[in-house]
Design a protein around this ligand. Structure first.
Ligand SMILES: Cc1cc2nc3c(=O)[nH]c(=O)nc-3n(C[C@H](O)[C@H](O)[C@H](O)COP(=O)(O)O)c2cc1C
Length: 242
């Protein structure tokens, strides 16, 4: 079997938080089956959203006008990967802004391309297959076509379905095959812990609540759903990419 490589992307701003732990659990199961895995964290990265400049659509080979921690480094890993697993905490009923920015740009760089070396043929589609210009298929399948996608969301309380849907919809617009589980891949139950975080400013102490990092431990059903997800993921990945 071919060497397979799966990239996990953790959209959390907390190192060692709930989302990282959930992704670790799945990636270590994949690793146990001989799959090469890597986890990219976004908490310490500078990543901006798409500016709609159209530079990437005009350049002959793939290129982004914004040079930051997403491009080229993370983008190149995404293109190399056989599969990508996205992890996000819920932030106000949605995914965190940095992850959203990454997905906007990763999607825009890919759409319609056949490879990173060839131009995206924006000039011929849409219209090509509707018979207006020609019957030749001109829209490429994108750089992620045939890769395997999966998503995990962690939440203190609610908003997870919308965030999970955002991640799954990104995979679907980008031509991934998406892996499911025996339930939605959501871990729920982080607690607010009052007065757990201390700040010092000008000699004075301030306290605030912490969003505890125990979601994975306390959500037994969620953990089982991740086990099923990991098993499905390995099966789909081996069948499609092995
Ligand atoms: C800015 C912000 C917004 C949040 N919004 C929500 C929310 O809408 N619903 C919810 O249940 N939890 C919300 N949370 C809590 C986190 O989603 C939850 O604690 C998550 O498990 C944190 O994951 P992490 O440990 O990987 O950071 C929010 C946390 C932050 C920092």
């Amino acid at each position: 079997m071919k060497e397979l490589y799966v990239l996990g992307i953790c959209g959390s701003q907390r190192k060692g938080g709930n989302t990282e732990k959930a992704l670790d659990m799945v990636l270590s199961t994949l690793g146990g089956h001989g799959i090469e895995t890597e986890l990219v964290q976004l908490y310490n990265k500078d990543i901006r959203g798409c500016t709609s400049c159209r530079y990437c659509r005009a350049m002959p080979a793939v290129a982004c006008s914004i040079k930051d921690d997403f491009y080229p480094e993370i983008f190149e890993k995404m293109v190399r990967a056989d599969g990508i697993i996205l992890g996000a905490p819920v932030y106000f009923g949605s995914i965190p802004a940095k992850l959203k920015g990454l997905l906007e740009r990763a999607g825009m760089l890919s759409e319609g391309r056949i490879s990173i070396e060839t131009p995206v043929d924006d000039k011929k589609w849409p219209g090509a297959r509707s018979g207006i210009k020609s019957d030749k298929k001109t829209k490429g399948g994108g750089l992620y076509r045939g890769k395997v996608g999966g998503a995990i969301v962690t939440t203190r309380r609610t908003g997870a379905n919308a965030a999970l849907a955002e991640l799954l919809m990104w995979f679907m617009i980008c031509n991934f095959t998406v892996v499911s589980s025996s339930y939605w891949t959501v871990l729920i139950g982080g607690k607010r812990v009052p007065d757990a975080v201390k700040f010092k400013k000008e000699g004075k102490e301030y306290f605030t609540s912490d969003l505890s990092k125990d979601t994975l431990e306390q959500d037994e059903e969620g953990r089982e759903d991740l086990v099923d997800f990991a098993e499905n993921y390995i099966e789909v990945l081996s069948r499609l990419r092995g």
